[in-house]
Design a protein around this ligand. Structure first.
Ligand code: ATP
Ligand code: MG
Length: 175
């Protein structure tokens, strides 16, 4: 019997290395005891695809090719804590229309390719640490500007050492 190869995929916004370093530095002093995410792994998930075989992986990429996104900026200034997963996060104070549009377009693309739709409301955020028992010591920080000039398709490999991410493709905004 042959087993079809599957990949664990998601669409994301990936901060430039300097922005990821800045977030890590600014937040270092106010994080509780937790498993911190290294700067290179910080991201905003746009749409989680999950484990899919090649046919679906191709389908979602072709659907992404048809999306025309715009350039925009996010002002990351809000921090928070989700108790159940023990996640401390940073997020934009408001979600720009361009991000709502991009998230909607990608969600429809996934649905059209037969992927399981996400039922929870979308809360764009960067997970800063996991396994936290309480939240950060501050709820707001001086805004950090994250320029969004592409979205990316990422492969995730999970192991005991934590997730390993690989950017497979990038989609710049339409001209
Ligand atoms: P780990 O699972 O080891 O804690 P991770 O959650 O970062 O690491 P993945 O589970 O591969 O790695 O998830 C990749 C991204 O997709 C993460 O940002 C994660 O929060 C998000 N994600 C995972 N599962 C879902 C889901 N069912 N719905 C929405 N987003 C998800
Ligand atoms: Mg996970």
């Amino acid at each position: 019997m042959t087993v079809a190869e599957s990949q664990r995929l998601f669409f994301a916004l990936w901060p430039a290395p300097a922005v990821a370093e800045l977030i890590t530095e600014r937040m270092a002093a106010c994080l509780p005891r937790c498993r911190r995410i290294p700067p290179a792994n910080l991201h905003i998930t746009l749409a989680f695809i999950g484990d899919v075989e090649a046919t679906k992986a191709v389908c979602v990429q072709q659907a992404a090719d048809r999306i025309s996104s715009r350039e925009f900026t996010l002002n990351l200034s809000q921090t928070g804590f989700w108790r159940r997963p023990g996640v401390v996060w940073i997020a934009p104070e408001t979600t720009p229309a361009a991000l709502i549009q991009l998230h909607g377009d990608l969600s429809r693309a996934l649905k059209d390719c037969g992927c399981q739709p996400e039922t929870r409301p979308y809360h764009p955020h960067l997970t800063l640490c996991r396994k936290a028992r309480h939240g950060p010591t501050t709820g707001m920080i001086e805004p950090i500007t994250m320029l969004i000039n592409e979205f990316v398709l990422v492969q995730s490999r999970l192991s005991a050492a934590g997730a390993e991410y690989k950017i497979l493709r990038r989609w710049p905004p339409a001209r």
